[in-house]
Write a protein that binds this ligand. Structure first.
Ligand code: NAD
Length: 357
């Protein structure tokens, strides 16, 4: 198992260090893993002028999986667009063709009270959002800002999806649903956007290949509303890049803490990039306050989806549930008055829980 480790900026190195402790437990048990670190994001700009240096890209291309921390920071916001840390991540996704983004939004029973929604609405929530990641209006051409015939500036982007792009991510949605509660909701805006009419048609054409999965379709505005009205109605949601971007952030907030949620981005070969959904949290970087659980759960997804070790993934998931049940809380998931542990203490507690099973 070849794993590229890209810690990045802000809290990235702190939380990746905790995930690496977990990997060391498995190594100690004889699981063979080759780990290599490389620069990405702002720290890569500082050292090389490029947020995705060629040697980092080469390492990632040769790896089975990439464990990614987070990138960005206010000191990079005024750089030219091509040098911004975010460009490094976008290029990495594009270069490796990581088209399927899996974002689970799960409410751990112990944390149901941390959600801004009532505990009776969110407790037991377990949604998986499958978002297309390499197409749609974010990448469509032509794009830009131009001066129109009236001499006024106008901005324009292109929403575009080919059949094959829709089909491959739809298969991911159906297959994920097969392994869960067998319900797939495809989200589009077919009443006004032709591009998403095609999305709906293609998803519908594939459905007979998965007779055991119940497929429904929902317009994106309704989906945004249903996610806060009755989120437990969803099992797996599959959608395009821009709708998935917005809905997955909305779904993540149902769970209460951004510091708990992992993600995976995969290509057709099963190669994947695993990262927490949050950013580099410059406001708490270097203070030992960051919650490392999203990063540790990202490592669990890595074992499940790219490294074919669901047994290790299950152990990590179990370890995380165990420390939450023990009452350990970093500041972001603590209720008022609850004692708080540091980033490293949380990581050590997960390691202790893993060693115990
Ligand atoms: P953010 O996710 O970094 O932080 C939002 C809030 O959540 C902050 O208050 C932060 O302290 C808190 N938070 C985030 N992760 C946490 C954790 N693990 N534990 C405890 N609290 C946590 O979003 P932002 O502040 O909008 O962005 C900061 C930087 O991150 C920006 O430069 C942005 O571009 C970048 N960013 C990077 C990624 C990525 O690496 N994939 C994603 C989003 C934003």
């Amino acid at each position: 198992m070849k794993i590229a480790v890209l810690a990045g900026d802000g809290i990235g190195p702190e939380i990746v260090a905790e995930a690496l402790k977990v990997l060391e437990v498995f190594r100690g048990e004889g699981v063979s893993m080759e780990l290599e670190s490389a620069l990405v994001g702002g720290v890569a700009v500082d050292h090389t002028g490029d947020p995705l240096p060629p040697e980092t890209l080469a390492l990632c291309q040769a790896a089975d999986a990439i464990l990614f921390g987070s990138i960005g920071g206010p000191q990079y916001d005024s750089l030219p667009r091509e040098q911004r840390p975010e460009r490094g991540l976008l290029r990495l996704r594009k270069e490796l063709d990581l088209f399927a983004n899996l974002r689970p939004a799960q409410v751990f029973p112990e944390l149901a009270a941390a959600s801004t929604l009532r505990a009776d609405v969110v407790s037991g929530l377990d949604i998986l959002i499958v978002r297309e990641l390499t197409g749609d209006i974010y990448f469509g051409e032509p794009r830009g800002i131009r001066t129109n015939a009236a001499g006024e500036r106008e901005g324009f982007n292109t929403m575009v999806y080919s059949e094959s792009e829709i089909r491959r991510v739809a298969h991911w949605g159906f297959q994920a649903a097969q392994k869960r509660q067998r319900r797939l909701c495809s989200v589009d805006k077919m009443n006004v956007l032709e591009c998403t009419q095609l999305w709906r048609d293609v998803v519908q054409e594939i459905a007979p290949q998965y007779p055991e999965v119940t497929l429904t379709h929902m317009l994106v505005d309704n989906a945004a509303m249903q996610l806060v009205r009755n989120p437990r109605q969803f099992d797996v949601i599959v959608t395009g890049n821009i709708f998935g971007d917005i809905l997955s952030d909305e779904a993540s907030m149902l769970t209460g803490s951004i510091g708990m949620l992992p993600s995976a981005s995969l290509n057709a070969q099963g190669q994947g990039l695993y990262e927490p959904i949050h950013g580099s949290a410059p406001d708490i970087a270097g203070q030992g306050k960051a919650n490392p659980l999203a990063q540790i759960l990202s490592a669990a997804m890595m074992f499940r989806y790219s490294l074919n070790r669901a047994d290790l993934a299950d152990r990590i998931d179990h370890g995380v549930r165990h420390v939450l049940a023990q009452g350990l809380r970093t500041a972001d998931i603590a209720q008022a008055g609850e004692p708080v542990v540091s980033t490293a203490q949380m990581g050590d507690a997960v390691v202790a829980a893993l060693r115990a099973v």
